[in-house]
Design a protein around this ligand. Structure first.
Ligand code: CA2
Length: 145
C-alpha cells in the first residue's frame, strides 16, 4: 500500500537553481519535486511536496501531517536555526522525521551550526546537495514499511 510522506521546504527555497548555485546547485525546487515523485513511486511512497516562506504555514502543514502522513522530510531553511515553534509542531507528530540541508551547514557560518529541528529529527542529511532529499526518502521507505 502506498504511504504518504510530506516533504516540506522553508523560506527562500523557491529560489533554488535561480541564485547562489555555488552553494545550492543548479536544480530547481520543481526538479527536486519531480525526482522525489519518481523515486517515491518506486518505493511505494506518495510525496506531498510543499514550500512556504511563512513559518505559520509550515506549522499548519505539520499539524495536517499528524492525520495524513506516515512521515515528514523537512528542509526548514533558515527557520532551522530560529524556530522553536516548528520544533514544537514536529514534537506533536508521531512518525519519523528526517531533516535535509542541501549545503553542509557545519562548514558555514556558526549561526547555521545549531538546529532546533535536530532535537526532534530521527536523521539529518547535510551537504549532499539536492540528493539529500533522495537519501532521506530511501531511509523513510525503510522505516515506514
Ligand atoms: O542548506 C540548506 O538546505 C539550508 O537549509 C538552506 C537555507 C539556509 O538558511 C540554511 O542554513 C541551510 C537557505 C535556503 C535559501 O535557498 C536559496 C536557494 C537559492 C538561492 C537563494 C536561496
Amino acid at each position: 500500500m502506498t504511504k504518504l510522506v510530506y516533504v516540506l521546504n522553508g523560506p527562500n527555497l523557491n529560489l533554488l537553481g535561480k541564485r547562489q548555485p555555488e552553494i545550492y546547485g543548479y536544480d530547481t525546487l520543481k526538479d527536486v519535486e519531480a525526482d522525489c515523485a519518481k523515486l517515491g513511486s518506486k518505493l511505494g511512497i506518495e510525496c506531498q511536496f510543499k514550500q512556504s516562506n511563512h513559518e505559520g504555514q509550515i506549522i499548519d502543514w505539520i499539524h495536517e501531517a499528524r492525520q495524513e502522513a506516515a512521515g515528514i522530510i523537512i528542509n526548514p531553511g533558515a527557520f532551522t536555526h530560529t524556530s522553536v515553534a516548528i520544533l514544537d509542531a514536529l514534537n506533536a507528530f508521531d512518525g519519523p522525521v528526517f531533516e535535509v540541508h542541501i549545503s553542509n551547514v557545519h562548514k558555514r557560518e556558526s549561526f547555521r551550526h545549531h538546529s532546533y529541528v535536530s532535537l526532534r529529527a530521527d536523521g539529518v542529511m547535510a551537504g549532499f546537495g539536492v540528493e539529500g532529499y533522495q537519501l532521506a526518502l530511501r531511509r523513510m521507505a525503510s522505516v515506514i514499511k
